[in-house]
Design a protein around this ligand. Structure first.
Ligand SMILES: CC(C)(COP(=O)(O)OP(=O)(O)OC[C@H]1O[C@@H](n2cnc3c(N)ncnc32)[C@H](O)[C@@H]1OP(=O)(O)O)[C@@H](O)C(=O)NCCC(=O)NCCS
Length: 235
């Protein structure tokens, strides 16, 4: 389902595609990576390693040499020169999406189990107009957890935003518009837009980050959102 939310020129890899188990993924960490995660509980070290195994497979498919993917400021993954990427991990699914910098300026991918947000969370993570949209969408199709979908769209936006700005983006700092194109019971897919409501200045020398666009899907027990920002003049 990761592929469903990404364009063809983004390489996406999920851990179940790899001939690796958790122990092998952990053993394959570079010393600098292992050191960064050494204080974490095992489940956290495993997800960290599994997502990096996916990223290294994606780098190989892009013809890039393997190398460490460290944690930079505020948890941002630090990519080797020439590539941008994004990582996500949730119960039963670990994934990486990568693309060459001449094709993609920034990427954000977020996957979560397809279930409702806990009580009060929707109000905490949404603008009033977003929450109103979620309630209307729920009235039209109850089998889709639109609140969880909005949450993944927000987190995907943050993952693409932060590496270009090195600044926090709060849940009220972007207005997400979700447009369904297919709704079929508990499965659905569509497109998304994230309109940035704060200072959109980027530190990579590129244009201001006025808006991100992407796709989302609800399928097989998961909700996934991805945003893909093209370089100025790119397609
Ligand atoms: C960072 C955040 C988005 C991660 O999402 P999550 O659902 O908790 O976890 P996921 O498994 O999907 O993603 C984790 C990965 O995100 C990436 N990530 C973490 N911080 C990041 C940052 N500042 N910038 C970019 N990517 C980041 C990392 O690769 C991390 O995996 P790793 O630690 O193994 O390298 C989330 O914890 C968070 O802080 N959200 C608040 C900010 C936000 O969403 N604002 C909404 C703006 S509209």
């Amino acid at each position: 389902m990761i592929r469903d939310v990404l364009p063809d020129d983004v390489v996406a890899v999920t851990f179940d595609e790899l001939d690796l188990d958790d122990a092998a993924a952990l053993a394959a960490l570079y010393p600098v990576e292992a050191e960064q995660i050494s204080g974490a509980v095992e489940s956290r070290r495993v997800e960290f390693a599994a997502a990096r195994a996916c990223a290294r497979e994606a780098m190989a498919r892009l013809g890039l040499p393997a190398g460490p993917i460290t944690r930079g400021g505020r948890g941002m993954p630090v990519w080797p020169a020439g590539v941008v990427g994004t990582l996500t991990h949730t119960a039963g699914l670990r994934a990486a999406a990568l693309a060459p910098v001449d094709r993609v300026r920034s990427l954000g991918l977020d996957v979560e189990p397809h279930g409702p947000l806990s009580g009060g969370v929707l109000e905490a993570v949404s603008l009033p107009e977003e929450a109103a949209w979620v309630r209307a969408a729920r009235g039209a199709e109850r089998a889709v957890h639109w609140d969880r979908l909005l949450f993944t769209a927000k987190e995907a936006t943050y993952k693409a935003w932060f590496p270009l700005t090195r600044r926090w983006l709060g849940f009220a700092d972007a207005h997400i518009t979700l447009t369904p194109t297919v709704v079929d019971g508990g499965s659905a897919s569509g497109v998304l837009r994230s309109r940035i409501l704060i200072d959109p200045h980027a530190v990579d020398g590129g244009p201001d980050l006025v808006e991100f666009r992407g796709r989302w899907a609800v399928r097989d027990g998961y909700v996934a959102s991805a945003v893909v920002l093209r370089p100025a003049g790119g397609r």
